[in-house]
Each structure stands twice: as C-alpha cells, then as structure tokens.
Design a protein around this ligand. Structure first.
Ligand code: UDP
Length: 473
C-alpha cells in the first residue's frame, strides 16, 4: 500500500486557447509549488508557449512534467503547428481546431487511465472529464477562465430570462436575484442564451459536468467579487475556490520571451502614466471600417499609444493610407502587428490606461498593474466583465459597444471615432472621476497582490483545497 505521506499526484488538462491554457498552466505551477506532483497534458506546439516557465519551476525543485500529445493536423486538415485558437484566422480554422480537440479525448483518457492520479483539473470545455474521474474514483476540478460575476450572470439569464420581459434590444433590465444592481440590455447577451442552438447544448453538458465535478477553480481573488463568489457557492450550490490572480503567483511574461521587446524601450522614453495601451485580446476581429476609426481616433488625440492589431492578413486594407508612416515619424505611437508582451506593457510606469475588450485575463492583469480601463467588450463573457469593471468596481469607463458577437466573427458593434476619443480622453484625463478610478484600481492592486501571499485569501484557498484533496485520497 502506498504511503499516505507521498505527494498528491495531479493531472492538468488545459484547453487549447491561450486565455484558458496559460492560467491553467499557472494553476498547475501553483499546485506544484505546494508540493503536488503535477503533469500537464497538452499538445507539442502549445507546450512551447510555457515550457520555459516549467523548466524554471523544475530548477526550483518543483515536480512538474508535461505530457505532450501530437495534435491530429493531418486528420483535420490543418497545417502543422496550427493548434491554438489564437492562431486561427478563419471560422474554418476554428472548426478544425475544435475537431482536433475532440479527437484528443481518447489519447488523454488513455494516458490518465494508465497513470491514475489522485485528482484531475480539467478545463470547463472538457465536459467528459467528470465521468472519467468518477470512473476512476478520483475528484475532478473544473478550471474556469472567467470570474464569479460572469458565472452568476449567465446562470441568472438562463434561469429567469429577464431579457424576455423588455420591449427592445436596448432597454436596460436588472439581473434578478443577483447581489448589486447589475444592469444589462438584450443586445449584450450571447445568442446561444437567447435562441437555443448547438452551443446551448454544449453549455448544458458543461453545466452538468461541473455539477458532477468536485468543484470549480476560479482565476479571481475573493475580495474582487466577494458577493458573487458567495452567491455562486451558497445560492447556486456549486463549490468554488478563488485562487487568483494565478499569474501573480508566478512572475512570468505572457510572451514567454526574455528579450526586451522594442515597445518597452519606446515606453522608457515616455512620461509616467501618459500612454494608452489598446488591445482586444487573442481572438478578436474587426471590420476594416472599425480599424480605420480606431486609427483615426488614436491619431487625432494627444495621448501616446501602443495599439495591438490582429488583422495582420488584411494589413493593406485597414489602415488609412499613409497613417502608419505618419504615426511612426511623429513618434506618437506604436502599432504592434501580432502578439504583444502585454504583461510587461501594462506593468510599465508609462502606461496610464488600457482600452480593452474586457477578456478576463486582461482584466486581472490590468488590475494587478494598477491601470484603469476603457471598456470595449466584444463577445464571450466580456459584457459581464464590463459590468464588474464599471458598475461594481468603478475602475473603468465605457466606450459604448452594444452588441454581443461570436468570438472570431467580425464585431457586430461599430464604434464611431468620436465615441472612442471621448472614452479615451475620459480615461486619460484629470477630472475627479478619472482620479477616483485610478485610486480604486490602485487599492484593488494592493489587495490582489496580498491575496496570493502566504495568509492571503487565494493562498489560503489553495492550501485548504489541498488539505481536502488529501482527505479524499
Ligand atoms: N495577450 C498577450 N499579447 C497579445 C494579446 C493577448 O500577451 O498581443 C495575452 C493577455 O495578456 C492575456 C491573454 O493573452 O493574458 C488574453 O486573454 P483574455 O482573457 O484577456 O482575452 P481573450 O484572448 O480570451 O479574448
């Protein structure tokens, strides 16, 4: 019989999109730092995104291993190396990556059966993991790449359908039964909630698998959304642990690259808090008209900026003629095409505001970096996150997007140049409200950092959970 004193063994199974993968890798590293013997199961090219961090953890004596699977490129008809949703440039790519992810279920299950751990942590999308865990008689934890407010809000909409009672898409309504007065409009709600489709069925399966799982790991800290964490646990009856911000446990750069990016050298030459950082995450897509409006707005304002654009393949269509050269010559701003070192940018003292799509990781990163936000939600959980930022925490100003869009589809909201300028000027300006946002985000940053230190709420949640899991063994 194995000794009860041996380390707990855990398998982590992340999803193949950066915003799910990286926080789960951080979670795995946190567990390893607490003495758990961890194996991360992922595909070869995705493992390259974080291998350096793992190597560092191993040199610190942590037991952490990566089990690399081959992504079925040939079988799904994708070029080798295209195995993360962030690299998909079309709907077809996305479908094929999704198909490849489904095909990985068999080799993952086989590996876990052959190497039975004490528990597994599987991404929310891997709904089959709860049945596998129960088959093996071990707990499955679900890792969620969103916060508690978003989880509670989606449940509320599905359960009570408050959007069915309003007369128009733009008429505001309150989310019934939720703490605080959270206001939404029908156009901000995901299509799959309003009209059942295949995604609705998938989400139902995910919901069932969560309820069958041991509980949910949330990348958030209790103090950030206390009322919603309590509501989730006590009213919705789902056990959850806020163990974030997981990135703060492990100081690492999202780019996985130690070289200093040129944009950081450029930031060194700018005044403190003067630069607005503009980025819409890893999965956004805009029309050429929208990109052009953003470009014109940034050009016409007096704030230096870094703007990350992801429509690389349409480079020639989207920038007004000559604008990029003009911007470069005047040294007014930088345009980064592709992937930016977001964490290092946000943490740079020259950055004073973030025009963001409100992706959950971006929200946590900007709060930790003490940077207030102008909110431009596009789809997924981003409208819920906007409510947290603007209505609950008071650390953001709304740009005014109104229509929820399916991820990777071209945004269905169009924001005029003038609206963009207004929001960015408010964000970067010096009025009382702007000062209040800065003050509040600073306070939250202090709390966020304390949460992950020994004795802090997230740190204690990890140790309490591990104690429970030892009892389960
Ligand atoms: N990110 C980055 N560089 C980029 C774009 C994104 O490092 O150019 C990182 C960002 O720091 C965050 C993640 O990718 O950790 C994006 O996650 P988020 O939840 O904010 O948005 P999503 O990509 O899911 O829409």
């Amino acid at each position: 019989m194995e000794s009860e004193n041996r380390p707990l063994r855990a398998h982590f199974i992340p999803y193949l999109s950066t915003s799910h993968l990286m926080p789960q890798v951080d979670m795995a590293m946190i567990f390893a730092a607490h003495g758990v013997d961890v194996t991360i199961i992922t595909t070869y090219f995705n493992s390259l995104l974080f291998q350096k961090s793992i190597d560092k953890a191993i040199t610190c004596g942590h037991r952490i291993n990566v089990h690399k699977l081959k992504f079925p490129f040939k079988e799904v008809g994708l070029p080798e190396g295209l195995e993360n949703f962030r690299d998909a440039t079309s709907y077809e790519h996305r479908q094929k990556i999704g198909k490849g992810v489904s095909m990985l279920q068999i080799p993952i299950e086989q590996f876990i059966r052959d190497n039975r751990p004490d528990f597994i942590v599987a991404d929310m999308f891997l709904y089959w993991a709860s049945d596998l865990a129960s088959d093996l008689g071990i707990p499955r934890l679900t890792s969620y790449a969103t916060g508690h407010l978003a989880l509670c809000a989606a449940d509320c909409l599905l359960r009570y359908g408050p959007h069915k009672t309003v007369q128009s898409d733009k008429e505001p309504f309150l989310l019934p039964g939720l703490p605080g007065k959270i206001q939404m409009t029908r156009s901000e709600i995901a299509e799959w909630i309003k009209v059942p489709n295949a995604y609705t069925s998938l989400m139902q399966m995910i919901d069932e698998s969560i309820r069958k799982s041991y509980g949910v790991l949330v990348n958030s800290f209790y103090e950030l959304e206390k009322d919603y964490a309590d509501h989730y646990r006590n009213v919705l009856g789902i056990k959850s642990w806020s163990i974030g911000s997981v990135r703060l446990f492990n100081a690492r750069n999202g780019s996985g690259n130690d070289d200093k990016h040129d944009c950081l050298t450029w930031l060194d030459s700018q005044n403190p808090n003067s630069v607005v950082y503009v980025s819409f995450g890893s999965l956004c897509s805009f029309s050429s008209a929208q990109i052009s409006a953003i470009a014109k707005a940034l050009d016409s304002m007096n704030h230096p900026f870094i703007w990350v654009v992801r429509n690389e393949d349409r480079e020639n269509e989207w920038l007004p003629r000559g604008l990029e050269e003009k911007i470069t010559k005047s040294n007014k701003g930088l345009i980064i095409k592709g992937w930016a070192p977001q964490l290092s940018i946000l943490e740079h003292p020259a950055v004073g505001g973030f025009l963001t799509h409100c992706g959950w990781n971006s929200v946590l990163e900007t709060i930790a970096a003490e940077v207030p936000m102008a909110t431009w939600p596009l789809g997924a959980d981003q409208f819920y996150n906007e409510k947290l930022i603007t209505q609950v925490l008071g650390v953001g100003v709304k740009v005014g997007t109104e229509v929820w869009t399916q991820l990777l589809e071209e945004s269905r909201s169009y924001v005029e140049k003038e609206k963009i300028e207004k929001a960015v000027n408010e964000l970067m300006g010096g009025g009382d409200e702007a000062e209040m946002r800065r003050k509040k985000v600073k306070e939250l940053s202090v709390i966020a950092k304390a949460a992950v230190k020994e004795g802090g709420s997230s740190y204690s949640n990890v140790t309490a959970l591990l104690d429970e899991l030892r009892q389960c063994r």
